[in-house]
Design a protein around this ligand. Sequence first.
Ligand SMILES: Nc1ncnc2c1ncn2[C@@H]1O[C@H](COP(=O)(O)OP(=O)(O)OP(=O)(O)O)[C@@H](O)[C@H]1O
Ligand SMILES: N[C@@H](CCO)C(=O)O
Length: 314
Amino acid sequence: MVPTFVSDPVHVRTPATSANLGPGFDALGLALGLHDDLSATVTGDTFTVEVSGEGAGELPTDERHLVVRAMLAAFDEMGGRPAGVAVRCVNRIPQARGLGSSSAAIVGGVLLARALVADGSARLDDAAALRVAARLEGHPDNVAPCLFGGFTIAWTEAGGARAVRLATAEGVRPTVFVPAERGLTATARAALPPQVPHADAAFNAARSALLVHALTAAPELLFPATEDRLHQGFRAPAMPGTASLVAGLRAAGVAAVVSGAGPSVLALTPVPADFHPGSAWRAEPLGVDGGGALARGGMVEHAERGPVAAGRTS
Ligand SMILES: Nc1ncnc2c1ncn2[C@@H]1O[C@H](COP(=O)(O)OP(=O)(O)OP(=O)(O)O)[C@@H](O)[C@H]1O
Ligand SMILES: N[C@@H](CCO)C(=O)O
């Protein structure tokens, strides 16, 4: 049945995210305390977007905008689109820096569309919202923490993406180091080889399993738990400043990794006060966002959740 659309404006607040966290390539992600604010109203007969902050003057303001593309995909999943929607984006997440800006736009679009449909949460539950968002992004490791908050483990089955959310241990205090230059995920993915040695795959399996324990219960193990052999080394030649900052932080004992596909760097343990990253980097200490976009404007009211499973239940 064609959906009924609500006439009131709807809002969503989407967190930045850091994916991979070192060894957990395409699987692990963390929601961070830095957000885009999006709102939408059904009106007129076209989709329009007004952008302020990051991306203003650069991003398209029509149906090519990523938030609108995600809205349209979600409306189609729910059985129909309104003729027109006015979208407003107040963007704070730096774009193309490895901080999940594209996932924040996609998750925002999916949740705005769901909120604009009178029975949206019945037509598109949280598990389905994750599947739609991950399909658009191409991998689930940013969209899962953006939706659910906290630390997530995401994976893909025949039916689509699924995720579990885990609360982080006290003492996990992320700092991101953001450079001025951008790096597109698609370019960074093209640097990866089609195959890796079995020993390197085994190395990452052990470290990513350890990382789940370290992030949730044993932060003192974050340093060994954040070593990677599957992606950071292959991408280093294209982002030498990132590789050298990660190496410098690790030499100072900090559990530092490339954030997502880079070029930002994520530190998961405190950075010594006398460590200076250099003038090319803006250091931002950020908290962990415990609730994700669902806590702020989706159809689900925020409640501090324990481990939850999302995705197909069969
Ligand atoms: N808020 C936004 N609104 C619309 N489009 C966006 C927004 N944020 C990002 N994009 C689009 O996504 C592109 C960046 O996506 P990309 O996946 O390369 O980087 P990222 O998501 O910032 O980093 P990562 O995926 O490594 O965490 C931008 O160049 C822009 O086209
Ligand atoms: N897992 C992804 C995260 C960036 O979107 C990658 O490293 O390519």
